[in-house]
Design a protein around this ligand. Sequence first.
Ligand code: GLN
Length: 479
Amino acid sequence: MLFDFMNLNELTIKEAQAGLRNKEFTAVELTQACLDRIKERNNELNAFITVCEESALKEAKIADEMLAQGKSLALTGIPFSVKDAICTASVRSTGAAKILDNYTPPYDATVIKKIREQGGVLVGKNNCDAFGHGASNENSMYGPVKNPYNLDKVAGGSSGGSAAAVADNMCIFAIAEDTGGSIRQPASFCGVVGLRPSYGRNSRFGIMPMASSFDTVGPMTKTVEDMAIVMQVIAGNDHLDATTVPEPVPDYNDELNKDLTGLRVGVPQEYFEAEGMDKEVRQIIEKQIKNLEKQGAEIFYVSLPMTKYAIAVYYILVPCEVSSNFGRLDGIRYGVRSEAKDLFGVYSKSRAQGFPEEVKRRILIGTYALSAGYYDAYYKKAQQVRTLIRLDFDRVFSDVDILITPTSPSAAFGLGEKSSDPIQLYLADIFVSPAASAGIPAISVPAGETKSGLPVGLQIMGSRMSEGLIMRVANNIKK
Ligand code: GLN
């Protein structure tokens, strides 16, 4: 027997597929192993808000029937979990905010629908910062997620639950959302692979919108090979999301197997001069850059001068879009309604009780920045600088193929360490927000560990639609 039955949940997608196809174990056994791990660990980690034990086992049984007939699709029988800010048909989807505590969507987000059509088994919904607002998973109304490597540390955010679930083998892969770093930063903190696709590569239909011109959906996996498998399933044009691009999806697995000879790697100086950059993180990333050089890549030191404005631009534009998008959550149309004397009272009480502080803060900042007197000074100015950030990348990508940076200036920080100061948390996004403003793809891949045993992620950014290339480079990063 190839696999130890106790540890099926530790398999990668690729290994699990092989085991299922060779009948080494069943999809029910594989799913049960994940559910057992969730039972064992979720009390401590708090990575799941909802666990779908019954439906997962049913789905696994159907997968086994298919496998018995020799039918195996891309993800048949593979257990996965989903960030709770993504809609799943007939499974409660709270966005980690009490205003949607009782909300069960009638439909699947397109990416989830595609995964289910390929046989994926949904084991549960992951905790996150409410509606994706945060960088530590401490803004969830269902409590913080703890880092599986050290329970005193944050899992990162906002998709901390998904990162912890993958890292701790509670599922085989996860689907999450990245508006300004929410896939990459928790992936870095928990030692897993996380990809933010180009804006328009994967459908956003069925994602609870945070900031629509920044939001993307992507996978979190144990390996880059697994990332390619999931991206192959979910990428592509969707008539339900007019911002998806009609470009064909390349064969990502083919891309992984090409070598790095002649690859032009850019190292943006501004990222290495950032304040608060941890020494150990810098050393790990510099060592990886040298390794790429040994594999035939050419290294260029480049400049992205607009980097210093990225946080300011992001934290003006995102709240503006939040203030508009969150109008729909009023206690009438969706979710939990607080009783009050009149209609206005229902709105204000439902929102006061249903949103955490950070969501309220962003609605207020956005409403302010969009108001008649301040629109030109804040919103319009930030949009103009957003264009300059994008142009910075366009210019650099005419000289180099990819950019390498740390994903985060530090490894996972302590629970409670930054939560009382929102600005400190905003600054944690310094390396992940520029790609979000520019709409380009970026992947975080484990690159090493600090002396205290915390994972450190390396970020690879590429030009629009270069997911195949950045996955190929990521596949050559060895811890
Ligand atoms: N830290 C970012 C924020 O708080 C990440 C958000 C996201 O990507 N969903 O806005």
